[in-house]
Design a protein around this ligand. Sequence first.
Ligand code: BGC
Length: 345
Amino acid sequence: MNVRVLLVIVSCALSVITGLVIARGGVGVTAARQRPLIGLSMDTLKEERWQIDRDLFTAAAQAAGADVLVQSANSNDVVQLQNIESLITQKVDVLVIIPKDAAAMAKGVELAHQAGIPVLSYDRLITGCDLDLYLTFDNVKVGELQAKFLADRIPPSGKLRLIRIYGAKTDNNAKLFKQGQDNILQPLIAAGKVEVMFEDWTEDWKPENAKKITNAAITKIGQNFDAILASNDGTAGGAIQALTEEGLAGKIIVTGQDADLAACQRIAQGTQAMTVYKPIQSIATKAAELALKLARRQPIVARDAVSNGKIDVPSVLLEITSVTKENLRDTVIKDGFRKESDVFP
Ligand code: BGC
């Protein structure tokens, strides 16, 4: 990004957030109570990563002097809106939302703003609303790393036959992962070096749905494929279960994302080829820091901006790493995210 654009965005972010205090009449934490109260509304706690997000975020916020109320919606939009309403009623100073459905949660942002409460979108973007701040990883790059891994494994004199398993259509991230994958794959597909044999979206990101997609693919194309581009470790796990039933686990290249413990173990054992490590410690700690600033109505410098269809949302994007059997120790284990004894039991 060039410097001029950067400066415009920085000043825009400052004015948006500072403006929010004045425009919405939010008093901020100092006038309301001693310790800021943060509301965390989560889509789900079923996947391993979200439990880690909750624990690290809560610990970081508490260490910084705040209290946190956590609600999980169990993958249900109606429940997530009720959770948000309940957090507003409990007079949180700031809301941190991990939306199940990007569009549906715009209503939650609207309700929060009516109550003078700023909103930070955590990891997943909320679309079509005046969102205050967005903190995430570089999601397009996640998809690029997954596809790049496969591109590097195209047989020299042949092509790579691919099953593509996307995430939940309702999650904006799932679209960004696909966009990143397409950036790498489209030219290779056009050149006849990659052929997509089967593709589908995984409802609610559920592993059992990814298994069904893999079963359906095998029913349709038999064993005529070399790789499964699974968009995260949960879907990779579902796909690998289907492969195991067919005696194909370890013979097919499978991608993933999140560095879930089960995925790291599969990488060590050779049934999954790669994952993308997104340091949850970084996003959770950063989110706690930013949420506190929003709660105190302090200005925030956001170096990026991401369009949510209505506004360019001031955004902070964090770095990610591709993980394979070769660098498991140098990445997730070295970082303390996983223990050597857990990954290589
Ligand atoms: C997150 C991934 C996660 C997926 C399913 C995405 O929005 O970025 O890390 O695996 O949701 O929960």
